[in-house]
Design a protein around this ligand. Structure first.
Ligand SMILES: Cc1cc2nc3c(=O)[nH]c(=O)nc-3n(C[C@H](O)[C@H](O)[C@H](O)COP(=O)(O)O)c2cc1C
Length: 245
């Protein structure tokens, strides 16, 4: 007999993760205590292992610990107290020129790791410039923006990062940010994801190059109030649509 044992679910591990996901919460007041040495790097490691489209890895994270800079950031974040209070404020960003900056290097890494076949490499080399390249003075952007609505009658056209670059980056960077926040929570640290900031002012405070887009600001540290607010969410029956809407 050659009966295969059916694959099984790791119940204990899933339960741990369910608990982690359910109990993570946004913290708006932090203790002054610093994050113990080496822990921030470990959280950032977890962010680094998040997936990204084509494995292009557009993520960049600015970590701000300097008090004066945090003060200026807090102003740029509409005076949200958590930015002043948290021992570390991270700014999760994406690289708008990632196809130029990372593509060749990523491909070499993938080839060395044996995870890219020749066929896939040929596909990537064709598709990535097509999807991302804006061309001189945005000329490629123009036809990539204008043509797809008509071409869709004849063929299948995915969203092109060349046109929707910030939307594309927001997806990539948010996945890494969630890894970061869950890792922090698992370590007993608190976070809050933030989109409430004045982008131009944040850029000025941490000297972001124009090709780097700040997606989310995440203060991190120990929770001052000890998780005393109740989380609420809509029920699954309201948000899950089986097979179609
Ligand atoms: C993309 C995003 C942006 C957010 N921006 C802010 C913000 O600027 N300031 C803030 O205090 N909370 C912000 N939040 C936190 C939400 O208010 C919070 O996640 C939500 O109320 C649910 O609470 P919980 O995170 O404790 O489960 C943001 C959350 C997300 C996902």
């Amino acid at each position: 007999m050659n009966a295969k044992t059916p694959p099984t679910i790791d119940e204990a591990s899933l339960r741990n993760f369910e608990e982690l996901a359910r109990t993570r919460r946004s913290t708006r007041h932090f203790l002054q205590d610093p994050i113990p040495d080496g822990v921030l790097e470990r959280l950032l490691e977890c962010a680094r292992w998040a997936p990204s489209g084509y494995n292009l890895q557009p993520l960049h994270v600015i970590t701000v610990e300097d008090k004066a800079l945090k003060e200026r950031l807090a102003y740029a974040c509409l005076d949200q107290a958590q930015v002043r209070e948290a021992p570390v404020v991270t700014i999760f960003c994406g690289d708008l020129k990632v196809h130029r900056n990372n593509f060749e290097e990523m491909l070499a890494m993938e080839k060395e790791g044996g995870s890219v076949t020749e066929e896939y490499e040929a596909k990537l080399k064709k598709f990535v410039p097509l999807a991302f390249e804006k061309g001189p003075v945005g000329m490629n952007w123009l036809w990539k923006f204008a043509l797809p609505p008509f071409m869709r009658f004849f063929t299948r056209i995915p969203d092109l990062p060349a046109v929707h670059s910030k939307r594309w980056l927001s997806k990539q960077v948010s996945l890494a940010a969630m890894n970061f926040m869950l890792a922090a929570h698992s370590a007993g640290l608190a976070t809050v994801p933030m989109e409430g900031f004045d982008e131009r002012r944040v850029r000025g405070v941490v000297k972001l190059p124009s090709s780097i887009f700040p997606v989310m600001i995440i203060p991190v540290g120990f929770d001052r109030d000890g998780g005393n607010h109740r989380k609420t969410r809509f029920d699954l029956t309201r948000i899950v649509h089986r097979n179609s809407w």
